[in-house]
Design a protein around this ligand. Sequence first.
Ligand code: PLP
Length: 361
Amino acid sequence: MTESPPRAWAEIDRSALHHNLQLARRHSGEEVMAVIKGGAYGHGLVEIAKELDKQNLPFLGVANTGEARCLSKEGIKTRPYILGATLQSEREEIAACGWTPCLCSFEEMEHFNLLGKDSPIEAHLALDTGMGRGGFLPHQLGEALEKLSKASGIKLTGVGSHLPVADEDPVFTRKQFELFDSMVESIPGRNEKFHIHLSNSAGLLDYQSRTTNLARPGLLLYGISPLPKYQKALKPVMALKSRISMINHLPKGHGVSYGRTILKRDTKAAILGLGYGDGYPRSLSGKEVSVLINNSPCPLLGRVTMDQIIVDVTELEICCPGDEAELFGPNLLVSDLSKKAETIPWEILTQITPRVTRFYR
Ligand SMILES: *Cc1c(COP(=O)(O)O)cnc(C)c1O
């Protein structure tokens, strides 16, 4: 017996990932910490990590110890970097496994110093230059450096900060780059190997720093630009797809889906085997959204249900059960869909559920 194929799947294009990584390197002229938190933005943590592991990157950016452990268990050689503050209960494992934390508070610094008394822990210093999500404020930097100089359990190998509005507010972001650069310049004993990083995708694309030598792109590696003017240079990595299960000829005045959206004309309605249970946002219900079938846009009809959606294929001359539909991908940007769903592409990508089989090519 052969297994039947899934109704909804995601095609992940490895060559597009490499194209985007190359662009990140060339455009920034810096080393890249590939951010693969959130299961590599829904693309599959381990598969994407394996692909990037061949790329000689200094770090893979993960959210927590669970993600770091997945990488270590799979034999990924590139060091996991834990983005953000750590819980006390996570630090023993971080120290033992050689993952790189960023020190976000005096408490974290003191604890890691204790854990590293026999064998020093390589860590970065986190600066809060505007994100408000941990890290040392400008007036705390002197004291932090003072404490670090006496902390024999910690080997400081880098410094970083994060941008809250790089895709929204250039005035604030330019000031933030200046603040970060001047804070970094006051850190003594920086050598060439010392990693200095500030930029996410938008920062990498649109800003310049005097001090940084490492960028932390996430979204752009997956081929989506947070700033539309750079979209053309990127290649979307994921295509979300499904198939027509059946086609209904429904009369004007008939309802479709929960809530009974009333048809305004006689309609050829195709049912697709995917819904919010796969991560296709329910908030797209009633919005002007289309899916692509045989390269033609077919408007969504009625509400998105858990496992199925209905689309209008009246205008399509040829279409039949089994035909493929692209929900988003290279031909229909997830960033356009996210606007209509009143959310951001990061959320849509990470919410594609495990029921959606990922195929890598
Ligand atoms: C998620 C994250 C990034 C990547 O952000 P993108 O906008 O997806 O490029 C970079 N740095 C930190 C600290 C993050 O949490």
